[in-house]
Design a protein. Structure first.
Ligand code: KIV
Length: 256
């Protein structure tokens, strides 16, 4: 696998995509596109990311691959697919072979160091994920911002240091207080991509559907750039009315 080196001159722009059509759009404006296991929540409507299986991420990853021309394509390793070194290697290689992605991402710090080292030694590009770890969360109410006390801060800084040593090429930092984010960036030797981790990070990532405004409720760290729910709702309402009053199909939509 070709080693990834992200140029760190400007802020690194990242978004998620779950299919070819959204991938084609985000590829134009992003440095990195993630097939995230947020798929379970943002696409399938489940209460956590733990419902996503290897087959799901591969199916969506293959579709996303078709839409990516230039961005780095990273794919999440689903919950339960990297419990030990052998499983991690077998499943990562399957993801890479089937999707032809550039890297995989997995969650954790000191607890996954051996797994990351093993993958890196086997020529696999690994992105880390520290701070709030969605795969540890069983329902939406368990989401909690981290870094409030010294113990939490030290743990997350140690997580960063250990996964850097193991060879990650970049790290997602999720859901931490700004002063911890600053410390993480200070201790980093690889680009830190923040989500709910302040503007101090080297780059930012969001779930596409969150920033497009598909959902009423989103975490504070999301900025809505569009109101997809409202716009789609208005369009469907107009269509429904047109069908009922016979305004659709029009002459333009009829084969003669
Ligand atoms: O699953 C996901 O989409 C993620 C990002 C939001 C970082 O891990």
């Amino acid at each position: 696998m070709k080693k990834i080196k992200i140029k760190n001159k400007k802020k690194i722009v990242c978004l998620t995509a779950y299919n070819k059509f959204t991938a084609e759009i985000v590829d134009n404006y992003c440095d990195l596109v993630l097939v995230g296991d947020s798929l379970g929540m943002a696409y399938y409507g489940n209460s956590s990311t733990r419902s996503v299986h290897l087959d799901d991420i591969i199916r969506h990853g293959k579709s996303v691959r078709k839409g990516i021309k230039k961005s780095i394509l990273v794919v999440d390793m689903p919950f339960g697919t990297y419990r030990n070194k052998n499983d991690a290697k077998k499943n990562a290689l399957k993801i890479i072979k089937e999707i032809k992605c550039d890297a995989i991402k997995l969650e954790g710090g000191s607890n996954v160091v051996k797994i990351i080292s093993h993958l890196v030694k086997n020529n696999i590009n690994v992105m880390g994920h520290i701070g709030l770890l969605p795969q540890k969360v069983k329902s939406k109410k368990d989401y909690k911002i981290l870094g409030k006390d010294k113990i939490e801060q030290t743990k997350i800084i140690n997580d960063l240091i250990s996964i850097q040593k193991a060879g990650v090429f970049s790290v997602v930092l999720e859901g931490v207080k700004e002063d911890l984010a600053k410390k993480i960036v200070k201790n980093s030797t690889v680009p830190i991509i923040g989500i709910g981790a302040s503007k101090n990070c080297h780059g930012q990532i969001l779930v596409l559907e969150d920033m497009l405004g598909l959902f009423d409720k989103v975490p504070k760290f999301v900025k809505k750039y569009f109101n997809l729910k409202k716009e789609v709702s208005n369009a469907v309402k107009r269509y429904s009315k047109d069908v009922i009053i016979g305004k659709f199909p029009t002459n333009k939509n009829i084969y003669r």
